[in-house]
Ligand binder design. Structure first.
Ligand SMILES: C[S@@+](CC[C@H](N)C(=O)[O-])C[C@H]1O[C@@H](n2cnc3c(N)ncnc32)[C@H](O)[C@@H]1O
Length: 470
């Protein structure tokens, strides 16, 4: 009996996404007893503290709970599609390198399988034009990937010709030849939280997401998107694709193989710089320059405007905003607040105008897109509202109000399944918010969305759907 087993499960899920259902729980228990015996620690609370505070200990432990099952040329039809169709197309489109990432690469068989296939097809040309990366959370398995020595277990289903051509036997193991080994570079990366940059053209994420629950898979989608080139594709394992269809990316199919790509309207944008911008903005208070007097005054006006808005004193709020905009007509916070006031007063063209002014300065403003979605919704322009809300959930997958209004728009368009799925997402995000309040995703939008009311509305709509179908 491990008294604090849920604490362990929570810590690991928070850090690397692995979700402990019954089968995985047995793995966790075994790993704990093994590692604690190695460390000669008997107290589960003491070991938990070690795991929590020491990155080295966490790295050693993670190796015991990852499932690294893989083999060469696994689900080979996907690899064929990539090598035969995607790579030639991408090579034709550009002069720079085409980049492929095997995410959750385990001991490297997937990445090397691609390298072998590409070598067979393109020979020397591959060296200059195609880059292959593997990444995994487990440092021990990455060491094995770099070493590239495999037992016969990894060669299930490999043609003998390929095995002989690219591997040399050494005892019971087969060593991959350097000409292929050197084509792949491996990196320690937590794909839930970190991004490998520059962006890649093809991401393979096969047999990894099955160990994550739905909110984590959704988070993962958002993160992978930032690593994917606008024209790129994300491939899951054949059986996993549908469980990963969140409507964030577009599901496509070619030769019977499913993959995800950017929606056309978002394909032109490159999400990564937004992250860079965010990092650049994350200065500590001490690092920030002292505000100039005018900036300080504007910030006071904005604070007052927000307080008036909360009290529904719209004309007072308007006056404060007018002072800011007189001094700084492009001030995004002021435009946003003014847009919300206009929305409250049903002056939709003013709301839309302000949102467009913000987007002209920052095409990534989720706040402006949310305002446009709401303005369209109130004007019964359902399809346009859907398009804007989709963009918000694509950028901010944890922001449940956007999911909620998207669900509403689906329901009004009689798209029953997407509506039900999206209401469930809202419920899940609201539950997450209760269990982990620090996970809440907020925008700088000065509109209050009371969670309990929206939970009630979702439950009601889901019950209605159940009633209609049963
Ligand atoms: C079953 S293997 C899949 C190997 C290969 N992709 C395949 O399809 O054969 C799953 C791998 O995902 C890795 N993994 C799990 N969580 C991860 C995370 N948060 N970041 C990166 N890799 C992770 C594990 O360490 C493991 O090596």
């Amino acid at each position: 009996m491990i008294p604090n087993l849920p604490d362990y499960a929570r810590l690991i899920k928070e850090r690397v996404g692995l979700h402990f259902d019954n089968a995985m729980e047995a793995l966790l228990k075994t790993a704990l007893s093994r590692r604690m015996a190695e460390r000669k620690i008997n107290d589960y609370y003491e070991y938990y503290e070690q795991l929590r505070i020491s990155q080295n200990e966490f790295d050693s432990f993670i190796t015991l709970i990852t499932i690294n099952e893989t083999y060469f040329f696994r689900e080979s039809d996907t690899l064929d599609l990539i090598c035969d169709k995607w790579i030639p197309r991408l090579l034709q489109q550009r002069s720079g390198p085409v980049r492929i990432l095997s995410a959750g690469c385990s001991s490297g068989e997937e990445a090397y399988s691609l390298a072998i296939k590409l070598h067979e097809k393109y020979l020397g040309a591959m060296a200059q034009r195609i880059e292959i990366y593997g990444c995994d959370i487990d440092p021990a398995i990455l060491a094995k990937a770099r070493n590239a020595c495999y037992s016969s277990y990894s060669f299930r289903g490999v043609e003998p010709r390929i095995q002989q051509r690219y591997f040399t036997r050494s005892g019971n193991l087969y060593r991959l030849h350097d000409e292929i080994r050197e084509k792949v570079s491996f990196h320690r990366t937590n794909i839930i939280k970190e991004q490998l940059l520059p962006e890649v053209d093809i991401i393979l994420l096969r047999n990894v997401s099955i160990y994550f629950d739905t909110p984590t898979r959704r988070e993962l989608h958002g993160n992978l998107l930032k690593m994917l080139q606008p024209q790129g594709a994300l491939f899951f394992g054949n059986a996993e694709t549908l469980a990963n269809n969140f409507d964030i990316l577009k599901l496509e199919q070619e030769e019977g193989i499913f993959y995800f790509c950017h929606h056309r309207e978002t394909a032109k944008v490159a999400p990564a710089p937004r992250v860079a911008v965010r990092i650049a903005q994350l200065k500590t208070v001490a690092e920030q320059d002292a505000p100039a007097p005018a900036a300080q005054q504007n910030s006071d006006w904005l604070k007052k405007a927000r307080a008036c808005l909360d009290e529904k004193c719209f004309s007072e709020a308007e006056k404060c905003i007018a002072c800011v905009l007189r001094d700084d007509p492009r001030n995004q916070d002021a435009l946003l607040i003014q847009g919300v006031i206009a929305l409250e007063q049903r002056e939709f063209s003013q709301t839309a105008g302000n949102a467009q002014k913000i987007l002209a300065q920052d095409e990534w403003s989720a706040e402006a897109k949310m305002l446009l979605g709401l303005a369209m919704m109130w004007q019964h322009q359902t399809q346009q509202a859907i398009a804007w809300f989709k963009q918000v959930v694509y950028q901010e997958p944890g922001y449940w109000p956007a999911h909620y209004y998207l669900a509403e728009m689906y329901r009004q368009s009689e798209l029953r399944q997407p509506a039900q799925r999206t209401y469930r997402v809202v419920m899940q995000l609201l539950n997450d918010e209760i269990s982990n309040p620090s996970s809440v995703c907020r925008l700088r939008l000065p509109i209050v969305f009371p969670g309990h009311t929206f939970r009630f509305l979702c439950e009601h709509q889901l019950a209605q759907f159940a009633h209609q179908s049963g």
